[in-house]
Design a protein. Structure first.
Length: 159
């Protein structure tokens, strides 16, 4: 699949298996398949999760920021492998740091650099920022699986 950048939801959904309401990448600005990616997430003020997190002071949960980063990194990996639609299971998050809150109306820049990519295990250094201010950083690990291979993912792994 040939993709030109920047690209939007149509191309993202052609690569990632995620669907609404769990697609956490609004657009991909740049991608060097299997090497790096820069994407963005628009954080709408009317996200239903803000009614509970927190009603008087809405903040995007850190786990959603980590998921958005994992989806951006997986986009780069899946495009490089020609494995559009394969499932990526989050296998680990090391050294996660949350430095800045993400609020309704923010646009989060999602950056990932792939530092290891073998047949099944991939590792990425990830960073989320808003207006140049770093919100979160981590080292993430993923296991990629196709169709029936998803059944063999380690117990406890998450998409």
């Amino acid at each position: 699949m040939e993709i030109t950048y920047p690209c939007g939801r149509e191309e993202i959904e052609a690569v990632l298996p995620h669907r609404a309401p769990f697609v956490w990448v609004s657009r991909v600005l740049a991608c060097k398949p299997g090497v790096s990616v820069t994407a963005e997430l628009d954080v709408p003020a009317d996200l239903p999760l803000f009614s509970g997190h927190f009603p008087d002071y809405p903040v995007l949960p850190g786990v959603i920021i980590m998921e958005a980063l994992a989806q951006a990194a997986s986009f780069s990996l899946l495009v490089e492998r020609g494995a559009e639609g394969a499932i990526g299971f989050l296998a680990g998050i090391d050294n996660a740091k949350f430095r800045q809150q993400v609020r309704p109306g923010d646009t989060v820049t999602l950056e990932a650099e792939i530092v290891k990519s073998s047949h099944r295990l991939c590792v990425a250094e990830v960073r989320a920022s808003v207006d140049g201010r770093v919100c979160a950083t981590a080292t993430q690990k993923y296991i990629l699986a196709n169709g029936d291979a998803a059944q063999s993912a380690p117990e406890g792994s998450q998409v």
